[in-house]
Write a protein that binds this ligand. Structure first.
Ligand SMILES: C[S@@+](CC[C@H](N)C(=O)[O-])C[C@H]1O[C@@H](n2cnc3c(N)ncnc32)[C@H](O)[C@@H]1O
Length: 254
């Protein structure tokens, strides 16, 4: 699945707010090494580096396009291409950050404990994942995909893994001295009404639906999605849409 740094970065200010809150909650004080898994265009890496200026910070991502952007933004940081699912660094870190990336990686029951095992004693794994599969933006994408002539071309879109707070707490408490879990709904003001909501999800959740489609079907899918999104997310008097976006945070410290 391909990622576009340009499309993703259109809403960078709003997308970066959760990582600021996540990084602020990391209790580890002596941070010499920190790594950003699924660093995207480097926005989350930049927040990590600013919080721990004394640390050697690195980042990884599977997308070439994202890595080009990240290297341009932070020339002093080492970025490598790797798959989080098979990443095996051969060393430990004081902080492992994964902001809005692990929802694309399967088998959380083994992945999270493996990442914790790559922490130094007292080190923290800090993860934020969207918790929005039942929000209208996702429900309507599934509906449009199932109802259109493109249904068989798109097929079943799998969202690898989503779990609730209890799952992560129970999974990690035996491996960590503290597990801090919380859920927040952000309300992102998007200028441009429903069309801006569609643009937002074109950069993330809509990609698996749109990628298999030709240009004509893609345009028809987006027109139908926009019509439904306009009803689900009515614009305020000034044309802005306040997009509710629930997110789950987990900070586990060894
Ligand atoms: C939604 S973006 C998050 C970017 C950034 N961390 C942020 O906070 O905005 C998800 C990123 O995870 C990357 N990604 C998804 N699956 C991955 C995997 N298995 N291994 C490495 N990177 C992955 C994507 O390429 C993309 O850059």
């Amino acid at each position: 699945m391909t990622w576009s740094a340009q499309q993703y970065s259109k809403f960078e200010q709003q997308r970066t707010r959760p990582v600021i809150d996540l990084v602020a909650a990391i209790p580890t004080r002596e941070v010499r090494t920190a790594v950003d898994l699924g660093c995207g265009p480097g926005n989350s890496t930049e927040v990590l580096a600013a919080q721990f200026p004394q640390a050697l910070v690195s980042g990884l991502d599977s997308s070439d396009d994202m890595l080009v952007s990240a290297r341009e933004r932070l020339p002093g940081v080492g970025f490598e291409q790797a798959d989080i699912a098979t990443w095996s660094p051969g060393k430990t870190f004081d902080v492992i950050l994964a902001n809005a990336s692990l929802q694309w990686v399967p088998e959380h029951a083994t992945l999270y404990p493996r990442l914790v095992s790559l922490l130094t004693p007292g080190g923290s794994l800090a993860v934020q994942t969207p918790d929005n599969l039942e929000e209208p933006a996702h429900r309507l994408a599934r509906q449009v995909a199932a109802e259109g002539p493109w249904a068989s071309t798109i097929g079943a879109v799998k969202h690898p893994e989503r779990h609730g707070a209890t799952f992560y707490y129970e999974l990690l408490q035996g491996h960590c001295s503290s597990v801090d879990v919380w859920r927040t709904t952000y309300h992102h003001p998007l200028e441009g009404g429903a069309a801006a909501v569609v643009e937002w999800f074109k950069g993330s959740a809509l990609r698996p639906y749109l990628e298999p489609l030709g240009a004509e079907d893609k345009a028809a899918f987006l027109a139908r999605y926009l019509a439904l999104i306009s009803e689900a997310y009515p614009a305020l008097a000034d044309g802005t849409v306040l997009l509710p976006f629930p997110r789950l945070f987990v900070v586990s410290t060894r």
